[in-house]
Design a protein around this ligand. Sequence first.
Ligand code: CUA
Length: 119
Amino acid sequence: SRLHLTEEFAEDNLGVKDNGDGTLTVTMVAARYGFFPPVIEVPTDTPVKFRIASADVLHGVHVPNTNAATMIVPGYVSEITTSFPTAGKYSFLCNEYCGLGHDSMWSRLIVVEKTAGGS
Ligand code: CUA
């Protein structure tokens, strides 16, 4: 699959985008052995749609202490829509065996208190 090479998943287009309607879209790539970009920051109590593509093999993602989890199958875009009620530091962890670096495949999700003025 060449899906990960499409413009949406080009390196410069990854990360958090404000949809302008009170929701966010986060575009990420999963690849041996990490999630990119490696740090994502979102506000509390805001619907966030994650769109994640694999650059190589089957990966999975789950965010402990939240309901966010999915498989990331090469050639498909995996979507999770959720919101995070509690500020704090969370981790994206790979939960499908993907090779020798599987156990160290993770990245950071930082949830910050939503400010009164909006996002
Ligand atoms: Cu990626 Cu395990």
